[in-house]
Design a protein around this ligand. Sequence first.
Ligand SMILES: Cc1cc2nc3c(=O)[nH]c(=O)nc-3n(C[C@H](O)[C@H](O)[C@H](O)COP(=O)(O)OP(=O)(O)OC[C@H]3O[C@@H](n4cnc5c(N)ncnc54)[C@H](O)[C@@H]3O)c2cc1C
Length: 386
Amino acid sequence: MPKKLLVLGGGTGGLIISREVRERLTPDEVEITVVDAKDKSEFRPSYLYVAFGYRMPEQISAPLEHLRKYRINFVKARVTKIDPANRRVSTTAGDFTYDDLVVSLGAETVETGLPHTWELEPSLKVADALSQVRQGHVVIGVYSLPYRCPPAPIELAMLTHFYYLTRGLRDKVKITVVHPLKKPFENFGPMAAKWMSGFLQQLGIEYIGIGQGQAIKSIGKNELELTNGERVKFDTAFVVPPHKAPDPVLNSDLAKNGWAAPRNPANGDFRSEKYDDVYVVGDVAAPNVPVGMAGTILHSYSPWVVNNIVADLAGVSLGNPPFRVTGTCALDVGGFGMAAACDFTPFVKKQKPYPDCMFLPPSPVTRMFKEMFEKIYFNWLLGVVP
Ligand SMILES: Cc1cc2nc3c(=O)[nH]c(=O)nc-3n(C[C@H](O)[C@H](O)[C@H](O)COP(=O)(O)OP(=O)(O)OC[C@H]3O[C@@H](n4cnc5c(N)ncnc54)[C@H](O)[C@@H]3O)c2cc1C
């Protein structure tokens, strides 16, 4: 009888882990099942391209049915309960048991009603909102920490700048970023904050940094009330909504401080704190690692997760390379790209206050890197180029 690997979530983490385990173990050795509420997986970094009309939704998503090519089962169903003590997961398509479980359910957004680029549907409303402002104030706000891809609000601000620049309206439109961090990119260290502050200044983008986890207290009609008491009026606003762990995680004993808790991430152990046969990876666990929510970060530590699963299910030890947690974020500045590439290992191990980062300044080559990654993503994970 093959062992059973159950993977909750068919996003970045679910796809990487299921594909990598399948490359190492045959269907006779392990039956792999991926469960996701949606039947398509989306490449989230390209929501920004959808928002600005550079891509159609079907160009940044691919059917999870393609997993069957790799003899991985896909079940479209909502996970409703995780019961690790009894090795049982309840879904809208029935109950599942497992030998090993991977929880890669990501983070959920709590919608505020304003458009933004953190989910597909709200991204489709950004272009409309931009076109309605020919003069006035556009605000890009971040409700609270944590949220997916820490640098992305800055990218949204820069693309907004480019949007009005190319329409000859930039001098009539004020752009402001409202953010929980006192300075932009402060989480990447003081040098990064200085560099990004200067860059935003050059583009004429105002930055209001609050200096606490929650920046926005309430959203009124054309006005944001900030947690420092300030009120910011806007003609249109894009607000990164609060993020939370999905309820089945919150309602299980896998959660700590509101997010899934890995056992010893500083040493590459992403088993849940309590259960040897449950792994918690990606955005759902990021705040407890602690790292930002980024697919590249989860990709960097996935070999340790895969190797442990192969050892659990087949009794084969593949050995581990030196442990590193790294991440890359490529930002489109409009015609140009820039990128941050960080090694979070010393930060996660509490050896340094910040990750070691390097930055690629704006250049067309870096933009190409971003676009290439978009094309490679689904080809790599689902064998298809949308
Ligand atoms: C605008 C933007 C830009 C980004 N840019 C970058 C970047 O440049 N670099 C980078 O590294 N990362 C970037 N990211 C972040 C990256 O997309 C995420 O970190 C990554 O997708 C996380 O993978 P995951 O598997 O943890 O979660 P996800 O990819 O979100 O997958 C979670 C899956 O679980 C499913 N799910 C959730 N709840 C349930 C349930 N109850 N039942 C069934 N299924 C469920 C969802 O449908 C989803 O398919 C960006 C994100 C955004 C929004």
